[in-house]
Design a protein around this ligand. Structure first.
Ligand code: ATP
Length: 226
């Protein structure tokens, strides 16, 4: 892949839920270092679009590329490798509640092929530092606030140095001050070169942290003028 290639591109792609066309003829690109929001009413297709990107839904018509993978020809066996190349952050934190922060992160590294103990420990320290939780290794999720848990989730998504972070309502469960902190974490990660594509209902964030905006509307994805 050339460095000028987009990290993510859709070309005349259709997004389906089962047999139902949710979004049709979707075309857009996201490049390295871009930050883009995905907005739209409830049920307009934001989550379906993101699920297509991480191959929870398969792309049937049109073309899609993400992190070097062609979504239209993706085989089920390629899905784990694809998900290693993109970072995914959801609204509900989905940490293992019976494991410490470092064990949550270690689990992912081991599951994705890391074996060297020092490398694992160093990587865990690096990603926690990146999200401002440099001393949280030993803490249990229940000892942390919602904002701190969401930072751990972002750290987890960064473990394998993804080219793009895909976030579905990452501030959905957080109050405005904590949402601000989370947005700053995403901005820091983005300014270090990782693309961010974030679905949100929170229009205040769009005003406070302006970026590209794509909107799901009437079965289409429209780029709003910047
Ligand atoms: N698992 C599913 N099976 C069938 N249809 C679904 C499924 N999930 C979502 N849909 C339908 O697909 C359409 C798009 O839903 P989607 O969740 O992508 O919207 P959204 O914009 O993310 O909404 P929200 O903002 O409420 O999360 C809706 O009509 C929804 O009812």
């Amino acid at each position: 892949m050339f460095s000028t290639d987009p990290v993510l591109s859709f070309e005349h792609a259709d997004v389906y839920q089962g047999d139902r066309l949710v979004l049709g003829d979707v075309t857009f690109q996201i490049h390295k270092g871009d930050f883009a929001y995905l907005i739209g009413r409830t049920g307009s297709g934001k989550s379906s679009l993101l699920k297509t990107l991480y191959a929870d839904l398969f792309l049937r018509n049109g073309k899609g590329h993400i992190a070097g993978f062609a979504l239209e020809s993706l085989k089920p066996r390629d899905v784990p490798m694809l998900r290693r190349k993109i970072g995914i952050v959801f609204q509900d934190f989905q940490l293992f509640t019976d494991r410490s922060v470092e064990d949550n992160l270690r689990f992912v590294l081991k599951a994705t092929g890391w074996t060297n103990k020092n490398d694992i420990n160093n990587r865990i320290a690096d990603v926690l530092m990146q999200v401002g939780l440099g001393t949280a290794q030993k803490r249990m999720p229940h000892q942390m606030s919602g904002g701190e848990q969401q930072r751990v989730v972002i750290a987890r998504a960064m473990l394998n140095e993804p080219q793009i972070l895909i976030a579905d309502e990452p501030t959905g469960n957080l109050d405005p001050a904590v949402s601000d902190q989370i947005m700053k974490v995403f901005q820091t990660i983005n300014s270090a070169g990782t693309a961010v594509f974030m679905a949100t209902h929170n229009y205040e964030l769009l005003n406070k942290y302006p970026a590209r905006v794509l909107r799901c509307q009437d079965g289409q994805v429209i780029e709003l003028a910047g």
